[in-house]
Design a protein around this ligand. Structure first.
Ligand SMILES: *[C@@H]1O[C@H](CO)[C@@H](O)[C@H](O)[C@H]1NC(C)=O
Ligand SMILES: *[C@@H]1O[C@H](CO)[C@@H](O)[C@H](O)[C@H]1NC(C)=O
Ligand SMILES: *[C@@H]1O[C@H](CO)[C@@H](O)[C@H](O)[C@H]1NC(C)=O
Ligand SMILES: *[C@@H]1O[C@H](CO)[C@@H](O)[C@H](O)[C@H]1NC(C)=O
Ligand SMILES: *[C@@H]1O[C@H](CO)[C@@H](O)[C@H](O)[C@H]1NC(C)=O
Ligand SMILES: *[C@@H]1O[C@H](CO)[C@@H](O)[C@H](O)[C@H]1NC(C)=O
Ligand SMILES: *[C@@H]1O[C@H](CO)[C@@H](O)[C@H](O)[C@H]1NC(C)=O
Ligand SMILES: *[C@@H]1O[C@H](CO)[C@@H](O)[C@H](O)[C@H]1NC(C)=O
Ligand SMILES: *[C@@H]1O[C@H](CO)[C@@H](O)[C@H](O)[C@H]1NC(C)=O
Ligand SMILES: *[C@@H]1O[C@H](CO)[C@@H](O)[C@H](O)[C@H]1NC(C)=O
Ligand SMILES: *[C@@H]1O[C@H](CO)[C@@H](O)[C@H](O)[C@H]1NC(C)=O
Ligand SMILES: CC(=O)N[C@H]1CO[C@H](CO)[C@@H](O)[C@@H]1O
Length: 805
């Protein structure tokens, strides 16, 4: 009887279709790894893991991660040459000590039957976590500097700590750009006294998490990081769902918090701001705890909440002394259109604002139902392997030497002709000498974040003739695409390269989104310029030159623009995208700084674009620029000014202005010394910024520049300028945060009444929770600097809660 039962169970489980990623031919290569036998794809079962819930699988899983002389330990703090997909088939994997992840690792479970990583009863309670993605070394430091942990993913895993008595953490995840966790479950002890935690993250520079479910725990999650975007997280029966350890800015969207004592505890004085949208709390004693007392005039603990329902929640917001600042209903539902607590500029300020039930314009064009549109990265889990076409099967070598232009163009053209086909770009560097055209109807996914399309050569080399490396649709073209897990790069001097030109207009619902006519999507599609093996833009070629005045090596001018979303483009959802001009050489043992120059960051001229968890760093003229754009959703955007500026100052070496692209004119705006500020009319803080504004350089890259655009909704922005000529002395309170004069500009082309009100029926720009570092002015409106950093002192950053224009 027992045997038959087992047999039936086996038969049933083999009947479940395996995930395509498990079965597809694994032809990915680590192009610039000298070991030609290096394996990118690793199935833990090939390393002896059993997944039977009984065998101790710790060593086998760790072997799958570590094999191939990969980057970890004292010997390596970063490398792009050892990317890996560690695949975990369905099963229950018992572990007795931590699984330790390495640099550039994707840990992916079978989404159709998610594997369980289960801590054995003897799992040591002093251990960091079931999965330690960045272990502390004997010297007390993390293996990988948290702010340099890039290119890492975790998907489709169930973590289970319930068999462990005493403290336990499922996941330790100090992380930064181009990292994501998607579709994971955390099963923690329901006994709060045990002290279980789902995710512990104490530092880093921000990434993306989505579709996570937490059960039990003293803490569902404890989050500390500079900034982050998190979407669709659910917590059931945790004592505290989210313990906000520290942040400058944080955007939560679509949280569900049920049967918890506390929803979000953000009372620490190290919390700069939290933005919370489209969420639901039920049977929660206290939804949010703030450390910010009423009337507090600092930027600390700024909070913006919009579209949240509370059912059986006695206290919506609790103050620092345990008092109820906003009441809920212990026996019913309360709906909140929105509340904000922090400093307001509308457009002038600051004014302490503590309003409730705010219902400012929320463009319906950006919503599906009553929530802002959101959509997770497709994993194609219902597709058989036969639906996939691999780059290697189209003779794209991906070896960094062969010219793969024709092969890739043929691959995309062929796949787009059949709506069922999905392009699989095997890991490898695809060297291309001309544009790769991605037609409407393309679905494509890369392997290991190691599939890199790399533009090189003459077509991309003229600083005055921009030429796309990847072009999505031709101007005016209509259609739909889905792209994920890809990197677009350049090699050597390519001053004319536009890494991605996006032209496509996708038909989608006109007034609100519809699920069956979705916007196109780019998930984990990144731009990386310089600082990696094979780029020919590393420490050897592009060392910094602080001691030489205004020198730029022509061989280190490596791009015209990161990404251009052109005027004909519309209906595009972007999630977790990092556009990075490297500031350091990832392969170097000390992550030594380098100087690479790329003109423009992300230019948006289109309409109806969502940017969910994106960042743009170190471009010369600007990071984000919006020109005549409309219906734009930006949620926790993040920027950094190039570390070398003002040596040389912007726009050098891109001194040829492109008027068609509305390039900022630094010569006119700054070098004539004509810029003015309106700080002296502000009620408070006059004295201190008189000294701080003495000599802040103005000819510096904009973090965000908005020109003549409408319905721009920004839910969290971190615009940072840490350096002048490689020194951080300027990004301090003592120096007056004077790395640069200004960083955020709104210029609406004279579309104002004489009283200064917008001519538009609705606000043109709404920005919530702006955090800046190293910029004297936080807002420059119509060329006038008007929000001084010291009007809104907060954490290491200055924080203002609302800017409305
Ligand atoms: C949210 O996450 C859950 C759990 O992973 C998933 O079932 C659901 O589809 C997600 N919702 C959205 C809108 O993506
Ligand atoms: C909230 O967090 C603070 C630390 O910032 C802690 O002292 C306090 O006990 C927490 N409150 C609750 C109810 O857990
Ligand atoms: C303002 O609130 C923060 C916490 O969010 C607190 O640390 C600070 O002491 C308060 N400042 C004043 C002047 O009340
Ligand atoms: C209302 O809620 C409180 C606290 O949750 C509970 O004690 C009480 O019985 C409820 N009253 C009704 C009428 O449901
Ligand atoms: C399109 O692709 C599907 C699935 O891979 C295949 O079954 C079908 O034959 C293809 N159609 C054409 C016209 O090639
Ligand atoms: C930049 O800093 C270096 C020191 O690291 C100094 O020698 C040089 O003069 C500085 N250049 C400018 C333009 O400030
Ligand atoms: C890294 O820096 C240390 C000193 O901080 C130096 O001893 C070492 O040589 C450097 N290593 C490399 C590879 O540059
Ligand atoms: C701005 O965009 C609209 C379409 O959204 C277009 O009709 C108009 O011509 C554009 N204006 C400029 C100045 O480019
Ligand atoms: C300066 O700010 C004040 C409010 O503080 C405002 O009334 C005035 O119009 C501003 N001036 C300019 C030129 O923006
Ligand atoms: C100014 O606003 C008007 C009315 O909405 C609009 O038609 C026009 O295109 C705007 N001009 C610019 C330059 O944005
Ligand atoms: C930065 O400040 C330190 C300490 O005050 C000083 O020694 C150093 O010279 C400064 N560096 C620059 C580039 O100004
Ligand atoms: C106008 C305003 O709110 N200014 C505050 C900004 O932050 C500083 C330092 O915390 C306060 O002293 C100001 O009152």
């Amino acid at each position: 009887m027992r045997r038959v039962f087992t047999f039936l169970l086996l038969a049933a489980s083999t009947a479940v279709a395996t995930f395509w990623m498990e079965d597809i031919a694994h032809q990915g290569i680590a192009t610039f790894n000298p070991d030609k036998n290096y394996a990118v794809f690793r199935n833990v079962k090939d390393f002896g893991a059993r997944g039977d819930g009984v065998t101790d699988d710790t060593a086998a899983i760790n072997a799958a991660i570590s094999s191939g002389n990969r980057c970890a330990g004292y010997a390596c703090i970063g490398s792009t040459t050892t990317p890996a997909v560690v695949y975990i088939p369905s099963g229950t994997y018992l572990i007795s000590s931590p699984i330790v992840s390495f640099y550039y690792t994707q840990i992916i479970g079978d989404p159709n039957d998610m594997p369980v990583i289960k801590g054995a009863p003897n799992f040591p309670s002093h251990a960091m976590a079931l999965l330690d993605a960045n272990p502390y070394m004997d010297n007390g430091k993390l293996n990988f500097a948290a702010t340099n942990v890039f290119f890492r993913q975790l998907r489709n895993i169930v973590f289970d700590t319930t068999a462990i008595r005493g403290p336990a953490t499922a996941l330790h995840w100090p992380s930064s750009q181009a990292t994501s966790i998607q579709n994971c479950v955390f099963k923690l002890s329901n006994d709060y006294e045990e002290g279980h935690t789902g995710i512990f993250m104490e530092e880093g520079s921000g990434g993306m998490m989505s579709d996570l479910v937490f059960y039990g725990g003293q803490y569902g999650a404890r989050f500390g990081n500079q900034q982050y975007t998190m979407r669709n997280l659910s917590f059931y029966s945790s004592q505290t769902a989210i313990d906000q350890i520290w942040d400058w800015g944080w955007t939560y969207k679509s949280l569900t918090i049920v049967d918890c004592q506390v929803g979000i505890n953000m009372s620490s004085s190290a919390v700069g701001s939290v933005t919370l949208l489209d969420s639901y709390f039920a049977n929660v004693k206290t939804a949010v705890i703030t450390g910010r007392n009423p009337g507090n005039t600092t930027g600390l603990g700024s909070l913006m909440v919009q579209n949240v329902e509370y059912t059986n929640v006695p206290t919506v917001l609790e103050g620092p002394d345990g008092e109820s600042l906003l009441l809920g209903d212990p026996n019913g539902s309360v709906y909140d259109g929105g509340y904000v607590r922090g400093n307001l500029y509308a457009p002038y300020g600051p004014k302490v604002f503590e309003g409730r039930d705010i219902r400012w314009n929320q463009p319906s064009t950006l919503k599906l139902g009553d929530k802002y549109y959101e959509r997770s990265k497709p994993q194609y889990e219902n597709h058989p392997v036969s639906d996939f076409v691999s780059a290697r099967d189209f003779n794209a070598a991906g070896d960094g030497l062969t010219d793969d232009t024709a092969a890739l163009n043929r691959l995309f053209e062929t796949a787009a002709a059949n709506v069922s086909k999905i392009v699989f770009l095997n890991a490898g560097y695809y060297r291309v000498t001309d544009t790769i055209y991605i037609p409407p109807n393309t679905k494509a996914v890369g392997e290991a974040l190691g599939a890199v399309i790399m533009g090189v050569g003459a077509k991309f080399s003229d600083i005055n003739t921009p030429h796309p490396v990847v072009q999505v649709g031709r101007p005016g073209e209509v259609g739909y695409v889905e792209l994920s897990d890809l990197i677009v790069s350049t090699q050597g001097p390519t001053a004319g390269a536009v890494l991605i030109e996006y032209n496509l207009n996708t038909p989608a619902g006109e007034t609100t989104c519809t699920s069956n006519n979705p916007p196109s999507g780019l998930w984990d599609v990144h731009i990386r310029i310089g600082g990696f093996a094979g780029s020919q833009l590393q420490l050897g070629e592009c060392p910094t030159t602080p001691d030489i005045e205004n020198v730029v090596e022509a061989t280190c001018v490596a791009g015209y623009m990161g990404m251009h979303i052109t005027p004909t483009a519309g209906n595009l959802y972007m999630e977790n995208n990092w556009l990075w001009v490297s500031d350091h050489d990832i392969e170097d043992h000390n992550n030594t700084r380098i100087d690479v120059f790329v003109g423009r960051g992300l230019l948006i001229e289109g309409t109806r674009i969502w940017l969910v968890g994106t960042s743009v760093e170190h471009f010369t003229l600007y990071q984000y620029q919006l020109v005549n754009a409309s219906d734009i959703w930006m949620g926790q955007i993040q920027t950094e000014t190039p570390y070398y500026q003002p040596n040389p100052p912007a726009p050098y070496p891109f001194s040829q202005l492109n008027k068609e692209l509305n390039d900022p004119d630094f010569l006119a705006d700054c070098l004539g010394g004509t810029y003015t500020n309106n700080f002296s009319t502000v009620a408070t803080g006059g004295a201190s910024h008189q000294t701080s504004t003495e000599n802040p350089p103005c000819a510096m890259a904009w973090g965000l520049r908005i020109v003549g655009s409408r319905n721009v909704m920004i839910f969290g922005a971190g615009l940072y300028s840490f350096f002048n000529n490689y020194s951080t002395n300027c990004s301090t309170v003592a120096s007056g945060e004077n790395c640069q004069a200004r960083i955020f500009s709104v210029q609406q082309d004279g579309n104002y009444t004489s009283a200064g009100n917008s001519l538009y029926d609705a606000e043109t720009v709404q920005l919530y929770n702006l955090n800046t570092i190293g910029s004297v002015s936080m807002i420059t409106r119509q060329d006038i600097d008007m929000a001084a950093w010291d009007e809104n002192l907060s954490t290491f950053s200055s924080t203002l809660a609302i800017f409305r224009d």
